[in-house]
Design a protein around this ligand. Structure first.
Ligand SMILES: [Zn+2]
Length: 421
């Protein structure tokens, strides 16, 4: 890809001026990022593939070479060769820009010889003072593996990709240099488990990240860099947290909780809400509140839709309105609106609020109550005039069930009469 912007021209020029990666960095990478092996013969004779030292080792899977001190993985094998690879990086500056240089390190271990080390620089992430970034890399070849690079290509400007980002999430040689703004913004020591170029870019372009870095909140930093939309959502609340020296027990749970406070319309500038004494309990509380809220919204939506059916319902069942029978205690009356069906369903937690009931021309729904309290809901067939069902709270029968059935049966004639009218 040819440079287009001023920044890309600057990167392309600086890209030509870099020195080879220092031997010390490669040596560090060899010792810290690769596996090291000992091959053990069936008789127990063990060979360190780092220094060639031989001894008898009884250990299980791991040992330390008595001569060179390398931590070794024991392979019980007659093989004579092993290969290990890793991506590692160094941080440097060039022409006022920050670079992460990523290289592929390959070690070929042979029994009876020194390890052969190959190093191939693969890609470079470039950042300017404002966090603007560019990539120079080897050309990728189409292939199944992530690290399919054309080794005979040059390191040139390329479009950034997930693969580059994935590879650049690797160990950094601890003796690095950083541009002054990164140092000022708090970069020193480790990378808190965050991909180096992502952390640096965030530190250069977002002063909220800088604030967290300086406060030493590594877990929070990591969470917000990988969940950046949550940072926008939570930042106001997070500032309250800092001002109150509140300890966040779990940043993911807390961010979730803040999100739920917003959904419930709570003030996230208020320490009372954003700094709960027991975060887990508060989180669970709001989770329940949200569940109820969603349920209510859904119900409301259904109700709104159902009310659109009111006219149709009146046309279909209007002739039965006002029908009411009693045995002195129980009063059974016809439900005379869609809303009444909903209220009945809500109160008794059954599904009489469904269209299939109130808009069914073949049935009539009646409510059996004592002193206005709902006892059971009765479904009467308008074709056979039989009682199809009568149910109380959560679809169960009540102690009045038989009396209700008898009362409706006795008065079915009034329903028939209205039907014929
Ligand atoms: Zn050794």
């Amino acid at each position: 890809m040819k440079p287009k912007t001023r920044f890309q021209y600057k990167v392309a020029a600086a890209n030509e001026r870099l020195q080879p990666i220092k031997d010390k960095a490669v040596e560090w990478a060899f010792h810290h990022t690769l596996n090291h092996y000992a091959f053990r013969s069936p008789k127990g004779l063990t060979t360190c593939l780092d220094c060639g030292h031989k001894w008898y080792e009884k250990g299980d899977k791991k040992c330390i070479c008595p001569k060179c001190g390398a931590k070794l993985e024991i392979n019980d094998t007659l093989c004579r060769k092993a290969v290990d690879k890793s991506y590692c990086s160094v941080l440097e500056t060039q022409d006022g820009m920050q670079i992460q240089r990523v290289f592929l390190l390959t070690a070929v271990y042979r029994k009876g010889g020194k390890p052969e080390i190959h190093i191939r620089e693969t890609l470079r992430y470039w950042l300017d003072e404002n966090g603007q970034s560019a990539v120079t890399a080897l050309r990728r070849t189409l292939g199944f593996y992530r690290d399919s690079f054309s080794l005979c290509s040059d390191i040139e400007l390329r479009n950034d990709s997930d693969v580059f980002q994935y590879i650049a999430d690797c160990e950094v040689y601890p003796r690095y240099t950083a541009i002054p703004k990164l140092q000022r913004n708090g970069l020193k020591g480790g990378f808190c488990g965050i991909a180096p170029q992502r952390l640096m870019k965030a530190l250069l372009s977002d002063n909220r990240i800088e604030t967290m870095m300086k406060a030493g909140q590594k877990a929070h930093l990591k969470y917000f860099i990988y969940n950046s939309q949550r940072l926008d959502e939570c930042w106001a609340a997070y500032r309250i947290v800092m001002r109150n020296n509140y300890h966040i027990a779990d940043i993911g749970v807390w961010a979730d909780y803040i999100n739920m406070l917003v959904q419930c319309g709570k003030d996230i500038h208020n320490a009372h809400y954003v700094c709960p004494t027991d975060l887990m309990a508060a989180h669970d509380d709001y989770q329940e509140k949200i569940r109820i809220l969603r349920e209510r919204e859904k119900l409301e939506e259904n109700r709104r839709k159902a009310l659109e059916h009111e006219q149709e319902f009146r046309k279909m069942k209007g002739r039965f309105f006002g029908l009411e029978f009693t045995d002195g205690t129980i009063v059974v009356s016809v439900l005379d609106s869609v809303l009444a069906h909903y209220q009945e369903g809500d109160a008794l937690h059954h599904c009489v609020g469904l269209e299939s009931y109130f808009l069914n021309p073949k049935c009539l729904i009646l409510s059996a109550r004592i002193n206005g309290r709902r006892i059971e809901t009765v479904e009467l067939s308008l074709t056979s005039f039989k009682i199809l069902q009568s149910r109380g709270l959560q679809n169960k029968s009540t102690e009045y069930h038989d009396r209700i059935i008898a009362l409706v049966r006795k008065n079915v004639k009034h329903v028939r009469k209205r039907m014929a009218a």
